[in-house]
Design a protein around this ligand. Structure first.
Ligand SMILES: [Zn+2]
Length: 131
């Protein structure tokens, strides 16, 4: 990792630290997707850490995810976070996916069904579309 890449990662880590999340780390929130690292996938290498101008966009989703993790009482795994447009296309993401603006997180709960997460009230009060 180059010095500028390291500074980029450290700046993101500082932003996440300021959110005072209980459960999620910067490393989890900058998850770039399994296909990015899969040499056999058409999306291989297409999802570098997104530009800093988008980072603020993840704040609401990160806060809600942290609260959902608390409420569900179990592991909550980030399956998808930021996506470059090229990466989003290669994995068949929606053409206007909010992942491209780093404002959406795909999550999997080990304790709650997808339907229960979807119906979880604070999610709706924050007016953040489940993804
Ligand atoms: Zn999504």
């Amino acid at each position: 990792m180059s010095t500028s890449e390291l500074e980029h990662v450290e700046a993101f880590a500082a932003l996440v630290e300021a959110l005072e999340l209980r459960y999620f780390s910067a490393v989890e929130l900058m998850f770039i997707g399994h296909s990015h690292g899969n040499v056999d996938h058409p999306a291989y290498g297409l999802n570098p850490l997104g530009p800093g101008k988008l980072w603020d966009n993840i704040r609401p989703a990160a806060k809600v995810a942290d609260c959902l993790r608390e409420a569900s009482g179990g592991l909550l795994t980030i399956l998808s976070a930021n996506r470059s447009p090229a990466y989003n296309r290669a994995i068949g993401g929606a053409s206007k996916s909010e992942h491209m603006s780093f404002s959406a997180l795909d999550l999997r709960s080990d304790t709650w069904s997808a339907a229960k997460c979807f119906d979880w009230r604070p999610w709706r009060l924050q007016n953040i579309p489940p993804h």
